[in-house]
Design a protein around this ligand. Structure first.
Ligand code: ANZ
Ligand code: ZN
Length: 806
């Protein structure tokens, strides 16, 4: 009879956990462990990706709690941003209402998944008690010279009608990270945070992040993009000196052209004198996707500062205005882009570096040689090694100097949208930009006025018109709001003291809990959020607000939940809804499936078969315990039969192996062990009348090893086994002895191999024969082998042997 009723069980235990406050964070943490999932954007529905992400941290938090650690495992809402604003415009409602409704729905869904959060620490970034601290931080940055308003070319998304940070422009075609529309370029006055001041620290800090995936570390390194090189001036007679940035000054003898970005100052000067050139330059597409390099010869020449050689000056679309100086020396022999350009425009391709090993077969017309080597065709410098030549030329060329350049740009935080944190600045004609005094924070968002285009805040006169905090004269409020990545750059600090109202967080508490020990989230945040959060932490660490410089000790990017090898997608009706799965099978089944099928980083396919087999396991676990406590399972005081000893030893071995799995974030491996133990106990029960205490201990261990992943049914079983407290708060089992089980297991494996070897060598085919020849020698290992193998000839003989011994 099957008494497993997942709905009743799950609802009961969710209510009992709440009532008892099981997941409340201890206030005095002696052994603190901070486990965090990237908080969601409240889109309205939890999807399977969320469920997977949150189950991973939940299982780990539960495991650590059972290990006796003090666990901080909070949840909150990254609740500002465009989608809420767009949804509100569509529905003619208020973004706040829409957001709050979504949050309520998702909180209920999280509860139904059995996620053990400390809801007393819930953080909602669109609430004034949170975003006032964004404003406060902004002011700190402003006072420290880390926030400034500056003009310049910015990325504009015509569909979102707002500017975007460089990090939010994606792909070769430069599209908006949110909506996919190709971005345009505009010149506007905007607010920036000076993340570039931290470029070196952020880059060097990556070396110590050994708990992070290498891929993410690589992406951050690339994004910061530090390049060591030199700046060198080429004289363009009639126009003065023009600086170029190069990482390969050693190739200066091979510079056969000079190229300017279309937006370069000198280009503008040239154009001013030459209308024909202007028309030609206008045909260059600055947003060219880079495949085809196009340029215009200016009619001018530049003078090589080392050789005096005159080379043609081009305006070319592959030279970017915001990289280096916006000008470059073209060396087609040793740079691929220059090679392509030179081939297109019939410019000389000259080899000036050769492989150091003297390989002379290289044909420079075929393609650039981009490695270092030794100089050739470089006059008196021939034979010099590239690296030495770079230093030498910086010394020799008067206008040259060492220069380090970064790809990283300052973080543009201005958004011309409603649903975000107002930037706490007042613009006064007399006093300029004046920060709003602390006592007037938060600057609250005005009521929402739906405007189909433009920035709704500009429409709210009562918000815009204000007094200058400095001179009292009439002034206007800044109407830009902050990039929502500002909100997520420090929310992990707010969780340590979420109700504090005189500071963003309590420094002592933060020093207790930080850094986050385990941070889990999607790889889409590999650059944006993680880089900003690292910058924020370093900046406020320098302000003395927290000790740590890096916020996240270990980072895991969870894999995707696929359906038929494709990402789930609601809009394409290619989706499995967590609500439906929970209703039909229960949260424990969904959790077990996700955690068993693959390691946390690996993508996997959601399948009906997978769900059903995991559901069967949950039922089997429940049934095995129920049948035992109800006395349906006959037991005895047997004690010392080999099979009892074997099972007892397997229980210990399972504890050891599963613990290693949980510690190493290898939940799939831990679960394989724990599930095998349940199977073994059932075999034990089927083959013999099990020893009562061995069997019971096995059940107690299995229930605890599974509790982090299937918390509801584990509580049900734990209670049935006569335990008083919650299994969520029970002690993690310890192996009964200090045997090195891992080593033993390897030995067993070897033994099996050895037996197989003897069988092969002796060319034995008849099982009887095996028994005679092999079995006696391996008798003491027979039991192990018997349980592991049942489908091959060795295994079957050994199992018979084992069963006979009992
Ligand atoms: C001469 C040279 C010779 C370069 C050589 C490279 C190889 P990478 O190559 O990605 O490491 N550069 C400088 N300013 C630029 C701009 N505004 N737009 C596009 N490219 C620009 O980046 C460094 C190189 O990028 C620089 O070194 C320069 O070309 C080019 F054998 O100078 B090099
Ligand atoms: Zn003023």
């Amino acid at each position: 009879q099957d008494t497993y009723d997942h709905t009743a069980i799950e609802q009961t235990w969710q209510a009992r956990w709440d009532e008892a406050g099981v997941y409340r964070t201890p206030n005095d943490a002696t052994d603190p462990a901070y486990v965090l999932a990237m908080f969601p954007y409240p889109s309205g529905q939890l999807h399977m990706g969320h469920v997977r992400n949150y189950t991973i941290t939940d299982a780990y938090a539960r495991y650590l709690r059972m290990q006796g650690e003090d666990v901080l495992h909070p949840m909150g809402w990254d609740s500002f941003g465009m989608p809420a604003e767009n949804a509100a415009i569509e529905r003619e409602s208020d973004p706040r209402e829409w957001t709050m409704d979504c949050i309520d729905t998702m909180r209920d869904q999280m509860r139904s998944v059995g996620l053990g959060y400390d809801w007393e620490r819930e953080v909602t970034t669109c609430e004034p008690d949170y975003y006032r601290w964004n404003q406060w931080f902004f002011k700190q940055f402003y006072e420290d010279g880390l926030a400034e308003q500056k003009g310049g070319e910015v990325n504009w998304c015509p569909s979102c009608e707002t500017v975007l940070a460089n990090e939010q422009v994606e792909g070769e075609d430069e599209h908006c990270w949110r909506c996919g529309t190709p971005v345009e370029s505009r010149t506007l006055d905007q607010w920036f945070l000076s993340i570039t001041e931290y470029a070196d620290e952020l880059l060097d800090g990556i070396d110590d992040l050994d708990g992070w995936p290498d891929s993410v570390r690589g992406m951050q390194r690339n994004w910061i993009g530090r390049q060591e090189g030199a700046r060198v001036e080429f004289e363009i007679p009639g126009f003065g000196g023009c600086e170029a940035f190069t990482t390969r000054l050693d190739t200066v003898h091979g510079a056969t052209f000079f190229a300017l970005a279309p937006g370069h100052e000198v280009t503008q000067e040239l154009i001013a004198e030459n209308p024909e050139l202007e028309a030609q330059v206008e045909t260059l597409d600055p947003d060219a996707d880079g495949d085809e390099k196009r340029g215009v010869f200016t009619g001018e020449h530049a003078v090589n500062p080392l050789t005096g050689e005159e080379i043609p000056v081009y305006v070319a679309d592959f030279v970017l205005s915001d990289v280096g100086t916006g000008a470059l020396m073209g060396v087609p022999g040793h740079d691929e882009r220059d090679h392509e350009f030179a081939s297109e425009y019939d410019i000389e391709i000259r080899q000036v570096v050769a492989p150091a090993d003297g390989d002379g077969s290289l044909d420079i017309e075929d393609g650039a040689y981009t490695e270092d080597g030794v100089l050739v065709n470089s006059g008196e410098y021939d034979g010099l090694e590239s690296h030495a030549a770079r230093d030498r030329f910086v010394d020799t060329i008067e206008s040259a100097s060492h220069h380090t350049q970064y790809r990283l740009r300052d973080w543009l935080i201005s958004r011309q949208r409603y649903w975000g944190t107002p930037i706490p600045i007042v613009h006064c004609e007399e006093c300029g930009a004046v920060p709003v005094p602390d006592e007037d924070l938060p600057v609250e968002l005005p009521e929402f006025v739906p405007t189909p285009t433009g920035n709704p805040i500009e429409e709210v006169e009562s918000f815009v018109r204000t007094e200058c905090p400095e001179c009292g004269g009439p002034a206007e409020r800044e109407t830009d709001t902050m990039d929502t990545f500002m909100d997520s750059s420090w929310y992990f600090l707010r969780f340590v003291s979420p109700d504090l109202d005189d500071a963003p967080f309590d420094t002592d508490r933060a020093n207790d809990w930080m850094p986050v020990d385990r941070y889990v989230g999607g790889v889409e945040h590999a650059v944006l959020h993680l880089l900003y959060a690292r910058f924020f932490t370093r900046a406020i660490s320098d302000m003395g607000m927290v000790d740590v410089e890096e916020p996240f000790d270990n980072l895991t990017n969870h894999g995707m939940v696929l359906l038929e090898n494709r990402a789930m997608s609601k809009s394409q009706n290619h989706v499995v809804s967590p609500d439906e799965i929970i209703a039909e099978y229960g949260a424990d089944t969904a959790r077990l499936f996700m955690m068993s099928v693959a390691g946390p980083e690996t993508d996997f396919n959601w399948t009906d078969r997978g769900v059903r087999s995991n559901n069967e396991f949950v039922r089997r676990l429940h049934g095995t315990v129920t049948e035992f406590v109800e006395g349906t399972t006959e037991t005895a005081e047997a004690g010392e039969r080999p099979i009892d000893e074997y099972v007892a030893r397997e229980v210990d071995a399972t504890v050891a192996a599963a613990t290693t799995g949980y510690d190493g974030f290898r939940f799939d491996e831990a679960l394989r062990e724990a599930r095998a133990l349940v199977t073994l106990l059932r075999q034990y029960r089927e083959r013999v009348t099990p020893d009562a205490s061995t069997f019971e201990r096995g059940l107690r261990v299995a229930v605890r090893l599974l509790a982090p992943v299937v918390p509801h049914v584990a509580e049900e079983c734990w209670e049935a086994l006569g335990e008083d407290g919650f299994v969520a708060e029970a002690d993690w089992p310890v192996a009964g002895s200090d045997v090195d089980y891992a080593a033993e297991r390897r030995l067993v494996e070897n033994t099996r191999e050895d037996v197989r070897h003897i069988v092969d060598v002796a060319d034995i085919e008849d099982p009887e024969e095996i028994e005679v020849v092999v079995a006696p020698a391996w008798k003491h290992r027979a039991l192990d082998i018997a349980i592991e193998a049942d489908d091959d000839v060795v295994g079957s003989v050994m199992r018979d042997e084992a069963l006979r011994t009992r």
